[in-house]
Design a protein around this ligand. Structure first.
Ligand code: MG
Length: 387
C-alpha cells in the first residue's frame, strides 16, 4: 500500500551504528518502540504544553499532545499511502527536547546559553535521541534511523546545521545547507502538530475559562463549525449542552482540516509526481500543506490564540515564574554542578572544550518536568514560585 514517494523502510538510509534487523518489525516500528520506552518520553506526561501540569488533570500535557499528533498524522498518512509507523515515530519524538514550562522555559534556557551556543528545542530533541538517552551497551542515544531523525530535526539554523554536518557528513544537518525538504512523513508531522495544538488549545482554553465560546465567534474557522454543529443539534446551544457544542465544533474543524490537507497534498504530489522519497526532498517546495483558504483561516485562529490565550495574564504569569525558575536553576547548577543528579554532576566535573559545563546544565534542565524543576528550585533557593 506504500506509495512510491513514501519512505520505504527497506530503503532506509539506516542507523548511525549498524544493527541486525529485527525479525518481526520494520526499522521504523523499531524506532517508534525505542521512543516509547525512552526515559524522555515518560517525562512528557509532566511537561507543560500551555497549562502547567498541576493546574488541572484534564489539560493537555506534551505526552497527550504527542499522542494526538501521532493519531492525526497516522490517519492522514494512511490515505496518502505514506509510511504510518515512521509518522508515528516522528510524532511521538517531536517534542522530546522541550524544556519544562513550555516556550517560556525554552526562551529562558536560550538566554542562559547565549554565550555557549544557545538552546533550541528541535536540536535538543535530536540530542535526546542521539546522545542523552543511555539505554544501550555500545552506543549513546537510541540509534534511530536517518528518516526518523530527519523528521525530529524540524528546524535548524545554518551554524547548527554546519556543526551537525561536521560530525555526520551527509546526515540530518545537510538539508538545511542544501535548502532541501524533508520526506513527506516529516512534512506531515509538522502540519499534524499545528492542527493538533490549534484544536486542543481551543478546548483547554475554554475549559480553563481563559477564553469563551462567545469570543471564538470572532474566529471564522471555528465559527463556521460552531454554526454547523448548532444547526444540526440546536439543543446543545445552551446550558450543559455547551460542552458538547465545543467538542462537536472542534471535531468538525479537525475533520475538515484533515480532508483539506489530504486534498491539497494529493494535488501537490500529482503536480510534482515524485517517484521516490528523494525526489520529494529535492522538489523545491513542501508538498504537504493546507489549501490557501484553510491556511489563511488557520492563521487567523493562531493569532486569536496568541492574543487571547498564550498572552493571557494568567498564562503570562506562569511563563514569567517559569523563566525565573530556569534562570535561577541554571545559575545554581553552574556554580555547584554537584547538585545535579543522575550522573550529570560527574559529567560536569569532566567538562571541557568539546562539552561545556553550561551545555551539561542545559541538558539537565531541559530534561526536567515542571514539577521537578519547581521542587529543585525550592530546594536550591528556599523560595517557592508555584503552588
Ligand atoms: Mg508539538
Amino acid at each position: 500500500m506504500l506509495a512510491p514517494y513514501a519512505c520505504d523502510p527497506a530503503l532506509s538510509r539506516g542507523r548511525r551504528f549498524e544493527e541486525v534487523s529485527a525479525p518481526t518489525r520494520t526499522d521504523y516500528q523499531r524506532d517508534r518502540d525505542r521512543i516509547v520506552h525512552s526515559t524522555a518520553f515518560r517525562r512528557l506526561v509532566y511537561k507543560t504544553q500551555v497549562f502547567l501540569n498541576h493546574e488541572g488533570d484534564l489539560f493537555r500535557t506534551r505526552l497527550t499532545h504527542s499522542l494526538e499528533v501521532a493519531q492525526l498524522g497516522r490517519s492522514i498518512a494512511r490515505s496518502l499511502g505514506l509510511e504510518e509507523d515512521l509518522v508515528e515515530a516522528i510524532a511521538l519524538a517531536h517534542d522530546l527536547g522541550h524544556t519544562p514550562f513550555g516556550h517560556a522555559g525554552q526562551d529562558a534556557l536560550h538566554a542562559c546559553m547565549h554565550d555557549h551556543g544557545g538552546f533550541e528545542h528541535n536540536l535538543q530533541s535530536l540530542r535526546v535521541v542521539d546522545t542523552l538517552e543511555e539505554r544501550y551497551p555500545v552506543f549513546d542515544g537510541l540509534n534511530l534511523t536517518f528518516e526518523t531523525r530527519e523528521g525530529i530535526l524540524k528546524h535548524c539554523a545554518r551554524p547548527a546545521a554546519e556543526a551537525l554536518e561536521a560530525i555526520e557528513p551527509g546526515g540530518v544537518g545537510r538539508r538545511f545547507i542544501d535548502r532541501e525538504q524533508p520526506a513527506l512523513e516529516a512534512q506531515l508531522c509538522n502540519l499534524a502538530d499545528e492542527i493538533a495544538y490549534n484544536a486542543h488549545d481551543i478546548d483547554d482554553g475554554v475549559r480553563s475559562g481563559l477564553i469563551t465560546l462567545e469570543q471564538l465567534e470572532a474566529v471564522p474557522l471555528f465559527d463556521r463549525y460552531r454554526r454547523a454543529a448548532l444547526s444540526a443539534h440546536p439543543a446543545i446551544g445552551h446550558g450543559r449542552g455547551q460542552r458538547r457544542l465545543l467538542y462537536e465544533s472542534i471535531r468538525l474543524m479537525l475533520s475538515d482540516q484533515v480532508y483539506d490537507v489530504i486534498d491539497t497534498t494529493r494535488k501537490a504530489i500529482a503536480d510534482v509526481a515524485p517517484q521516490s522519497a528523494d525526489e520529494v526532498r529535492t522538489a523545491g517546495r513542501p508538498l504537504v500543506g493546507f489549501g490557501q483558504a484553510m491556511r489563511a483561516e488557520s492563521i487567523v485562529l493562531k493569532r486569536f490564540l496568541f492574543q487571547n490565550l498564550y498572552r493571557h495574564p494568567q498564562v503570562s504569569a506562569m511563563a514569567t515564574a517559569g523563566k525565573q525558575v530556569v534562570h535561577e536553576l541554571f545559575d545554581a547548577y553552574c556554580a555547584e554542578p554537584g547538585e545535579m543528579r543522575g550522573g550529570f554532576g560527574d559529567r560536569a566535573a569532566e567538562a571541557g572544550p568539546a562539552l561545556s559545563r553550561q551545555r551539561i546544565v542545559a541538558d539537565y534542565i531541559a530534561g526536567m518536568t515542571d514539577r521537578f524543576a519547581s521542587s529543585e528550585h525550592q530546594r536550591l533557593t528556599g523560595r517557592r514560585l508555584f503552588d
